[in-house]
Design a protein around this ligand. Structure first.
Ligand SMILES: Nc1ncnc2c1ncn2[C@@H]1O[C@H](COP(=O)(O)OP(=O)(O)OP(=O)(O)O)[C@@H](O)[C@H]1O
Ligand SMILES: O=P(O)(O)OC[C@H]1O[C@H](OP(=O)(O)OP(=O)(O)O)[C@H](O)[C@@H]1O
Ligand SMILES: O=C(O)c1cccnc1
Length: 508
């Protein structure tokens, strides 16, 4: 296997350039990207049972950063993984060398292909705790194997897409550039983090490989080293402006922002203007100090020199809270570069998605519900083969609640709908016919092992995400103490869960 591709990719098997459709990295076999216990359980299933069809749900329990929602992301990489899931002769030889697996099981693995069904909530969709983002219906050996890869892919990208959407929200319409690659937890997190950040609403990324792979805009300015490599700041600015007159962002904080950086930038902008150049897309970047104070001062200096359309951008350990605070302080920054805190989701480093068995099919084709008990009520799983409906307030087209139901249940929008909180069942709401609409969130992605879904481009997913976020009331989007969205259970599902729980407590 080629070492360079190995460094860059652990998530995706087949790296296609979205722009040209060409394969630009050799096909990678990542079928061993799993926890050992998936394979030892698989061998156990292989030897002891009939490989019956089961249902697994991938869901999460808490919104990142104590927010009011999350953003679904990573499905395209899951699809690539499933499509390429096969064990090479090298993989089989490696597994054989562990002296855990028998020849008959390794033979089975050598011809392994995923043959099941997968349903998923499309990328860019706003999602809430406890609802299945991905549902796998497959023979138990296959459904078990894919757990770890699905979780590592979805957990990461949902986390970063959600973080990005929060940063974008704080910026109130200003552009956010993703600058995190150098401080991401490795190349993979940098590349797929950039993809997720674009889905969450960033306008571009400094990550050139992400630009090539996902056909998203790449953007950037220059570093302090550029300034320091010249004898003086003015010469550094002038040289940069001559090279890039139509994308001229000057970093003004290397020596002294207000005494040297901004005056030198104004000197260079004046020379550009005097040379007859049409001034567009130019400005400065602040990267240290009191960003609110410095931006106000710099704005006055630029305006006084006639550069009212020069933008002021900023970077320096920013996150959604700092941007929110800087806005509240009346900063004059209109463009933001956000690195470390975004790409690592520093305040909330894990998404916490889980993958739980929900049902087993009997010989008559019926799904027998399965439930995982816990002392912690919140951790008791929802049994059965389920789906999710999003309920909108018809006139405002804002989300009212989500309803998890059994997959074969149907609802009629021309009738009143009563929904209730499954934790506090006395809290219920009657939605009058004609005042609400419903949309099923899970869509088919694989049918009998064949992919039946085409992923939109990352920029299309970004647009979907923007429209999705518009369906939330501001009370759900706000950064601190947002309203919790109701995720209710249908009557049938609630009854099924209650009966299972009482049966289990009788048997114990
Ligand atoms: N007006 C402001 N209100 C709140 N926080 C601010 C404001 N201006 C800057 N900050 C934040 O304060 C921190 C400044 O930290 P610090 O002074 O250590 O670094 P710096 O000014 O960026 O300098 P350097 O990059 O040279 O280390 C940064 O996280 C920055 O985002
Ligand atoms: O603060 P973050 O949100 O992570 O944003 C990215 C940071 O990376 C760069 O600094 P770095 O010191 O790496 O290089 P530089 O010399 O270009 O400033 C840039 O100037 C930002 O400060
Ligand atoms: O282009 C930039 O300004 C940039 C890129 C990466 C990190 N920090 C800044």
């Amino acid at each position: 296997m080629d070492e360079i591709s190995r460094i860059f990719l652990t998530h995706t098997a087949n790296i296609l350039c979205k722009r040209t459709g060409e394969t630009i990295m050799s096909t990678m076999n990542i079928s061993l990207l799993t926890d050992l216990y998936e394979l030892t359980m698989m061998q156990g299933y292989f030897k002891s049972r009939t490989n019956e069809t089961v249902v697994f749900d991938m869901f999460y329990r808490h919104n990142p950063s104590d927010g009011g929602y999350a953003i679904a992301a990573g499905l395209e990489q899951v699809i690539e993984y499933i499509k390429n899931l096969r064990f090479s002769a090298e993989d089989i030889a490696y597994l054989e060398g562990l002296h855990i697996f028998d020849a008959d099981f390794l033979d089975y693995l050598s011809t392994f292909r995923f043959s099941g069904d997968i349903y998923a909530i499309p990328e860019g969709t706003v999602v809430f705790p406890r609802e299945p983002l991905i549902k796998v219906i497959a023979p138990i050996m296959e459904a078990q194997l894919v757990e770890t890869a699905i979780l590592t892919i979805i957990n990461h990208q949902c986390l970063i897409a959600t973080k990005a959407s929060r940063v974008v929200y704080a910026a109130q319409g200003d552009g956010i550039m993703e600058f995190g690659l150098r401080r991401a937890q490795g190349p993979d997190a940098g590349v797929y983090g950039a993809r997720a950040a674009m889905i969450g609403g960033c306008i571009g990324t400094s990550n050139v490989l992400a630009g090539q792979l996902f056909d998203v805009p790449v953007k950037g300015t220059h570093a302090h080293s550029w300034i320091m490599s010249f004898p003086d700041e003015y010469t550094a600015f002038k040289t940069y402006a001559d090279l890039y007159p139509n994308a001229c962002c000057l970093l003004v904080d290397t020596y002294d922002t207000l005494k040297s950086g901004v005056p030198n930038a104004i000197r260079v902008f004046t020379e550009m203007r005097d040379s007859g150049l049409e001034m567009k897309n130019y400005g400065i970047r602040l990267d240290s100090g009191d960003l609110a104070y410095l931006s106000k001062k710099a704005r006055r200096m630029l305006d006084a020199a006639g550069f009212t359309d020069a933008y002021i951008s900023a970077s320096s350990d920013l996150d959604e809270y700092l941007i929110d605070s800087l806005k509240a302080q009346g900063c004059r920054i209109t463009s933001w570069g956000v690195g470390t805190n975004l790409i690592t989701s520093k305040d909330c480093p894990s998404f916490g998605g889980v993958y739980k068995l929900a049902a087993i099919q009997d010989e008559n084709g019926n799904f027998l519900p399965k439930i995982k008990l816990s002392d912690n009520t919140e951790k008791i799983t929802n049994p059965g083969n389920k789906t999710i409906y999003r309920i909108y307030e018809k006139d405002a087209h804002k989300v009212k609640a989500d309803l998890i139901s059994l997959a074969d249940e149907t609802f009629d929008e021309s009738e009143d709908l009563v929904i209730f909180d499954p934790a506090e069942t006395w809290k219920h709401t009657r939605l009058k016919a004609g005042t609400y609409t419903m949309r099923e969130l899970l869509v088919p992605v694989f049918k009998n092992g064949e992919c039946v879904y085409t992923s939109p481009s990352v920029m299309e997913i970004r647009d979907i995400c923007t429209r999705e976020l518009d369906t939330l009331w501001d009370e759900t989007r706000r950064l601190v103490n947002p309203h919790e969205m109701y995720v209710d259970l249908s009557d049938k599902l609630y009854e099924m869960k209650k009966n299972l729980l009482s049966e289990m407590s009788r048997d114990m």
